[in-house]
Design a binder for this molecule. Structure first.
Ligand code: CO
Ligand code: ZN
Length: 332
């Protein structure tokens, strides 16, 4: 299971550039699905099962990144964020473009000293001395993401893009375990462009028209020195969301998720995320509305090149997805 996560995390795939991630997922899930299709925006839909209710799970395949906005005369590329990146954290990080070009993020040194780094003060250095040389490698409008390999140490996994490839991996592993035997008409959707405003989830949930929806995503953490107080611990089990900035989970959905964990001895913890949202923020508005929940995985150092999650929590999330796909929704 950890290899699935690592493989997906290491792929290049900033928002709007998810094709390679989708191709890898398609290859992994092909034997375990009844139907595969893409929508106009590029989200991948895997359908399994029939009867019962229409249940949709959504994990986003994109990751945060940078886009080149301007190249100066010396060849340094100015960049804009694709999703939520703080420029303060970018100094000397490696980024990779679609064609394999690697750049190092530089910061205007006087501003580092002042501790005031904004987007105007950072640049990508691809190791050149002129604009002409740079333009042979990258151009305005090209997208980059972090260049970082992954590793596993004990029960912990460290990688770029655990947000949200760990959830894509959880959907892949759940599909394998279900092996097409599902009591509900279930859609596993791998969405595009979550990091720039849950855009893929908007169209994909209208396309599926689910009766019930679940986003699968990472969430914050509350277990490192002097961090903001939060209930989520790495190793504490799958997180069942109560609320974030895009969704208030209906009591009946939260109860279904808790009851499912207790009946199946799945470790869980209740999550309130004070900043951020997931694909469920969009899914809940499809057609006349969809009751939604979120299965989250507590993750440290979110939106950084080395995000960290717990493999036990991943296993719990996979099991919860599997059981929710087979749950009885008739009384909800
Ligand atoms: Co994110
Ligand atoms: Zn995410």
């Amino acid at each position: 299971m950890e290899q699935t996560i690592r493989t997906l995390c290491e792929i290049y795939g900033p928002s709007g550039r998810e094709e390679r991630v989708m191709a890898a997922i398609e290859e992994m899930i092909k034997p375990f699905v009844d139907e595969l299709r893409y929508d106009v925006m590029g989200s991948l839909f895997a359908k399994v099962g029939s009867g019962g209710k229409k249940v949709m799970f959504a994990a986003h395949a994109d990751e945060i990144g940078l886009v080149v906005s301007y190249i100066d005369d010396k060849g340094f590329a100015r960049v804009a964020p694709v999703g939520g990146i703080n420029p303060i954290n970018l100094y000397a990080r490696r980024v990779e473009f679609a064609n394999g070009t690697i750049g190092v993020v530089g910061v205007e040194q006087r501003d580092v000293a002042a501790g005031k780094v904004g987007w105007a003060n950072v640049f990508v250095d691809v190791g050149v001395t002129s604009k002409e040389e740079t333009e042979k490698l990258i151009n305005v409008g090209d997208f980059a993401c972090f260049k970082q390999d992954s590793f596993v140490q004990g029960d912990f996994i460290v990688a770029k893009a655990l947000d949200d490839r760990i959830a894509c991996a959880a959907q892949v592993e759940a599909l394998k375990k279900l092996n097409k035997k599902v009591k509900n008409e279930t859609y596993f959707v791998f969405t595009v462009q979550e990091e720039v405003g849950v855009r893929g989830a908007k169209t994909s949930s209208w396309s599926v028209e689910p009766d019930f929806g679940f986003a699968v995503d990472i969430t914050g953490w509350g277990d490192t020195p002097l961090c903001n107080p939060a209930n989520m611990k790495l190793g504490g089990g799958a997180c069942i969301k109560a609320m974030d900035q895009g969704l208030v989970v209906a009591p009946k959905i939260k109860k279904l998720m808790i009851d499912t964990c207790e009946a199946n001895k799945i470790p869980y913890q209740i999550e309130v995320l004070r900043g951020g949202a997931t694909d469920a923020a969009a899914m809940q508005y499809a057609k006349a509305g969809v009751p939604c929940g979120v299965i989250s995985i507590a993750t440290r150092y979110v939106h950084q090149p080395s995000e960290m999650s717990h493999l036990g929590d991943f296993a719990s999330a996979v099991k919860l997805i599997e059981k929710l796909a087979n749950a009885d929704y008739s009384k909800l």
